[in-house]
Design a protein around this ligand. Structure first.
Ligand code: 0RA
Length: 631
């Protein structure tokens, strides 16, 4: 088959050549993100067809040869031949830059930037692309290589369906990696299904033989519930929507009783605006204003009190989606909505519709006000506690806690602070220690019920305050490493569940408020022995269950052995405590070390979070493990 290269063809080739010369301009990058962008571009066209009301199912398939296929049951890309150019509309769409908009009546189609660049860009960046259009009883087909048609549009069969199938294999000359990440694609498709209620999106991964179907009639309502995951939700999802000056606004609001910061997912024309923008700013301002007004009228707030934005957003999940003509995006990655009128639309719709909703659902309003009030009170309490700590820090050594048995030396690197569970073990430790370098701070038994405490409450706890004052650095934004009073801070707790709780609580506290101490390797966990075994005038201490089992095996059944199992530090006399747990020559210490701070934060959140089952699993898996950890 011969293809004529007229003036117009040359023009087209130039256009697609530009795409191949500077792919980043069209799809953001030639890395993983750009590669995945190709899929979204093609899916986006089918979503447009769905939004226009002509398509209800989209199927996305990953093939073993590295190609992706997107199939929809829309009207099919028009195939009629343009009388002047003699070309099929299909070919024009697939080979002309920005041709998409010409055919699409969808006013919410985003043009320019990284979005909606169209099928032709994907075509230009694919080693091979094939398209099948089912339309008017026939199957039309054309294939391309790097954007250039390999044949005319031809009829390859008959059909009783309508729709478009596009299969493409990205070009190895362009992309640094050709491997699609099925998880990334799957979650993108799930997101699109949430944003387009009713639309069925089928994902099929032929490489891993995995498939899933996403279809949510509840749209954003279901999305908010999905985002809440394990958190306890405080009410039914609130959904408000409306249109103002041709901007469609849809918002879902859901409060959980978690202490986490807000989770706001925002979109403009189905495009995720990671860096938020005008729509989100308007949402935050309006909801804060409204809850303050309600709080005041309903007497929840005192005259001189008001909710801060952060109070209103703690534990909040919100999905904000706007549709508008010609949205403007800002920032390096064009992921922040800049259009001012989107903000106005959100403010207007939210104010009107949310007050209507609260009018009909007073109990929900009350629940939300209570939650926000509690957050405000904790924030106040935390602020007071911080101030107290700061004031204490400012004072001289004389203000060191009375319970602290400080060491003599002021050589910080050599000095150690033992934080000891229980007054009785504290007493033994005081007798056992090397008073030149070792300081002892006993903690009263159960310092706090870790299961029920918010981190804010911790700050006003007397024992925690003592720790902060003894360490000397202050906390949070006032943390000052140069004021550190000990080179090692050693947590010494019993080898039981309570001990594990206290240790986890202290670690959470250090992680949140004195992270640098962990990063600098200043925090340690003491390892008291689990067993003392006496046999034939020998006496050994064993620190792990495994070591104990190994010794039993070694000694066999025949010899007479005496086993003592230590349940708490209090069961050891000062000499034993010194020898086994405190003497730098013989003791075992675990250095607390955050290799992956993000992961640690997540685990700590679970511990402090609201899902009892998740927390229990976490404690069993992580906290208790430390009890029997090998050095
Ligand atoms: C413009 C007009 C018509 C269909 C489409 C675009 C269309 C494009 C894509 C891209 C992927 N799937 C698609 N489905 C439809 C139809 C015009 C008509 O039939 O009157």
């Amino acid at each position: 088959m011969t293809i004529e290269y007229g003036a117009e063809n040359i023009q087209i080739l130039k256009g697609l050549e530009a795409v191949r010369m500077r792919p980043g301009m069209y799809i953001g990058s030639t890395g993983k993100s750009g590669l995945h962008h190709l899929v979204y571009e093609i899916v986006d066209n089918s979503i447009d067809e769905a939004m226009a009301g002509f398509c209800d199912t989209i199927r996305v398939t990953l093939f073993e040869d590295g190609s992706v296929e997107v199939e929809d049951n829309g009207r099919g890309i028009p195939t009629d031949v343009h009388p002047e150019t003699g070309k099929s509309a299909l070919e024009v769409v697939m080979t002309t830059l920005h041709a998409g908009g010409k055919f699409s009546k969808n006013v919410y189609k985003v043009s320019g930037g990284l979005h909606g660049v169209g099928a032709s860009v994907v075509n230009a960046l694919s080693e091979k692309l094939e398209v099948w259009v089912h339309r008017e009883g026939k199957v039309y087909y054309q294939s391309y290589s790097r954007g250039t048609p390999q044949c005319e549009v031809m009829i390859v069969g008959e059909t009783n369906k309508t729709g478009t199938v596009t299969r493409f294999r990205p070009d190895g000359e362009i992309f640094s990696s050709l491997e699609f990440d099925p998880d990334i694609i799957e979650s993108k498709l799930r997101e699109l299904a949430f944003l387009n209620p009713g639309l069925k999106i089928i994902f099929e991964d032929k490489i891993n033989e995995y498939s899933s179907i996403f279809q949510y009639s509840g749209g954003l309502r279901e999305y908010a519930k999905f985002l809440a995951k394990a958190d306890k939700v405080l009410h039914e999802v609130i959904e408000v929507s409306g249109e103002w000056e041709e901007i469609i606004v849809r918002i879902a609001i859901l409060y959980t009783d978690s202490y986490t910061e807000e989770r706001i997912y925002s979109y403009a024309n189905n495009i995720r605006t990671i860096d938020h923008g005008t729509h989100v700013t308007a949402f935050k301002n309006t909801i804060t204003k409204m809850l303050n007004e309600y709080g005041r009228t309903l007497g929840v707030l005192k005259k001189d009190e008001s909710f801060q934005g952060e109070d209103v957003r703690e534990g909040l999940i919100a999905v904000i989606s706007v549709f508008m003509k010609d949205p403007e995006f800002e920032g390096q990655t064009k992921s922040k909505l800049g259009s001012e009128n989107a903000g106005s639309a959100v403010s207007k719709i939210l104010r009107d519709k949310l007050s209507e909703y609260f009018e009909l659902n007073k109990s929900t309003l009350k629940i939300i006000l209570d939650k926000v009030l509690k957050t405000m009170q904790s924030r106040e309490a935390a602020r007071k506690a911080r101030e107290l700590v700061r004031r204490k820090n400012a004072m001289e050594n004389s203000s060191l806690p009375g319970k602290l048995a400080d060491c003599v030396s002021s050589d910080v690197d050599k000095c150690e602070l033992f934080i000891v569970e229980g007054d009785s073990a504290g007493g033994s430790a005081k007798q056992a220690r090397d008073r030149e370098y070792q300081a002892i701070l006993p903690l009263r038994g159960k310092i706090l019920n870790v299961e029920k405490s918010s981190i804010q409450k911790l700050l006003s706890n007397e024992e925690i305050k003592n720790i902060v004052v003894a360490i000397g650095t202050g906390i949070g934004e006032h943390f000052d490493l140069s004021k550190l009073r000990y080179g090692k801070i050693i947590i010494m707790t019993d080898a039981d569940v309570d001990g594990a709780h206290i240790r986890t609580l202290l670690l959470t506290f250090f992680f949140r408020y004195m992270k640098e101490l962990i990063e600098d390797g200043k925090i340690y966990i003491a390892m008291p022995p689990l067993y003392k075994v006496d046999f034939s005038s020998n006496s050994v201490y064993l620190y792990t269950e495994d070591d104990f089992k190994a010794l039993r095996k070694e000694l066999g059944e025949t010899r007479k052995i005496e086993v003592q199992r230590y349940k708490g530090l209090g069961e050891m006399n000062p000499e034993q405590l010194w020898e086994t747990t405190m003497n730098p020559q013989t003791r075992k210490l675990i250095q607390v070390n955050i290799e992956n701070a993000e992961e640690a934060d997540r685990l700590f959140s679970i511990l402090m979070g609201e899902s009892p089952s998740e927390r229990r699993t976490f404690i069993e898996k992580h906290a208790l493990k430390v009890t029997y950890l090998d050095v």
